[in-house]
Design a protein around this ligand. Structure first.
Ligand code: 4AZ
Length: 335
C-alpha cells in the first residue's frame, strides 16, 4: 500500500526533529550539525539508541557494458601521475562529443554566486571502464575541449546543477562498452524505479573501485518540496526509510529512467539516511538548454594539449606523430 505523501511529510518532520535533537543531521553545505558531538556514534554504548550513521549506499556491482554511457571525470594531474586517482564526478555520454554532468563538479568556489568554472585542461574523461583503477582495451580516455556550466548555477541551492563537457575528440562507437544515452524529454512519473551508477562512496570511509548501481524510485514532487523546498528543475528519488542512495563521488552521474537520462546526481542531506532522499537535476527541464548549448559548440575545434605526458590518452597528438614517424621508418627500411 502506498503511504500518502502528507503522512510521509509528517514522518519526515518527526524524523528531522529526532535527528536534529540527537545531533545527527548534517547538511553538506550549511553544516547544520547541532554540535552534540559528545555522544560517539559508533560506541557499543549506543546500542539500543536511535543512531543514524552515514551508511552503505546499498548498491551492487555491475560492469560498464550494462551502462556504456557512464563515464568518470578525473583531475588530470592526479590521473596522469597514478591511474585511478583523481575521481571528481560521474557523467553520462549524450553524444559522440558531449558528456552531461553536474555544474558543482567544475565550480571554482562553491560558496559564491555567481560561480566561475574551471578551465577544461584540468580534467580527463574516462569511458568504457568498470574498475576506476584499471584500464583495458575497451577503455577510452579523452581530454576536454570546453566545460559549459549553467550560467545560473546557484552554489547555495544547487539549482541548475548541470554542465556539459565538450570532449577533445570524437567517441567512436566501435566499442560495445561506450555508447550515448538519450535524454528524457518528459518529467518522470512518481513511483518509476530508476537506476543510479557511480564509483562514489559506498560506506562512510570508502569509495568503491568497482562501478556500483542501485535502483531508486522517483518520489512525489510535493514530498520533495516539503523535505528540501525543491523547485521543478530538481527532483528527488530514493527511499524514505533510507539504505539506498547516491553519495559523494557519484555526483554528475546519471539517473536512468526507462533507458533515458532523466536526472543528474546532485546532492542530498547525508547519504542513504532515513527521511533524506537524493536530489537530482531534472534533465527534462533542461533539454532546451542542452540543445542550445550544443548548438554553440564548434565541432571543428580541438585543444592542443601542452603536457608531455599524453601517453595514456587516446587522443594524444604526440602519440599520433610518433606512430606516423614509426610507420615512415618501417616503410623506408622495408623499401
Ligand atoms: C555528493 O557530495 C553527494 N545522497 C551526492 C549525492 C548525495 C549526497 C552527496 C545524495 O556528491
Amino acid at each position: 500500500m502506498d503511504i500518502p505523501w502528507q503522512l510521509q511529510v509528517l514522518f519526515q518532520m518527526l524524523l528531522s526533529w529526532t535527528l536534529v535533537a540527537n545531533g545527527h543531521l548534517e547538511f553538506p553545505f550549511l553544516s547544520l550539525s547541532t554540535g552534540h558531538t559528545s555522544s560517539p556514534h559508533n560506541e557499543p554504548s549506543d546500542a539500543g539508541k536511535f543512531v543514524i550513521l552515514p551508511k552503505v549506499v546499498g548498491g551492487y556491482s555491475i560492469t560498464i557494458a550494462q551502462v556504456p554511457f557512464q563515464v568518470s571525470v578525473r583531475r588530470r594531474s592526479m590521473h596522469e601521475r597514478t591511474y585511478g586517482l583523481g575521481l571528481i564526478c560521474g557523467g553520462a555520454l549524450i553524444s559522440q562529443r558531449v558528456v552531461c554532468s553536474a555544474a558543482h563538479c567544475f565550480a571554482v568556489n562553491n560558496s559564491y554566486n555567481p560561480v566561475r568554472f574551471y578551465g577544461p585542461k584540468l580534467f580527463v574523461v574516462v569511458a568504457g571502464s568498470t574498475q576506476i583503477d584499471q584500464a583495458d582495451r575497451n577503455t577510452k580516455e579523452y581530454l576536454v575541449q570546453q566545460i559549459i556550466g549553467h550560467s545560473d548555477y546557484n552554489a547555495t541551492t544547487l539549482e541548475n546543477d548541470i554542465a556539459l563537457i565538450f570532449l577533445n575528440g570524437y567517441v567512436s562507437w566501435s566499442s560495445k562498452t561506450v555508447r550515448a544515452i538519450p535524454l528524457a524529454t518528459k518529467a518522470q512519473r512518481e513511483g518509476t524505479t530508476c537506476l543510479i551508477n557511480g564509483w562514489g562512496k559506498v560506506t562512510v570511509v570508502g569509495k568503491s573501485g568497482s562501478l556500483q548501481q542501485a535502483p531508486v524510485p522517483i518520489l512525489n514532487p510535493s514530498l520533495c518540496r516539503a523535505i528540501y523546498l525543491l523547485p521543478m528543475s530538481q527532483l528527488c528519488a530514493g527511499f524514505m526509510q533510507g539504505g539506498i542512495d547516491a553519495c559523494q563521488g557519484d555526483s554528475g552521474g546519471p539517473l536512468i529512467c526507462d533507458g533515458q537520462l532523466a536526472g543528474i546526481i546532485s546532492w542530498g542531506v547525508g547519504c542513504a539516511d532515513p527521511g533524506f532522499p537524493g536530489v537530482y537535476t531534472n534533465v527534462s527541464y533542461f533539454v532546451d538548454w542542452i540543445r542550445s548549448m550544443n548548438a554553440t559548440l564548434d565541432y571543428s575545434k580541438y585543444l592542443v594539449m601542452d603536457s608531455a605526458d599524453g601517453r595514456r590518452l587516446a587522443t594524444s597528438p604526440q602519440r599520433t606523430w610518433w606512430l606516423a614517424l614509426a610507420f615512415l621508418l618501417i616503410a623506408l627500411s622495408g623499401g
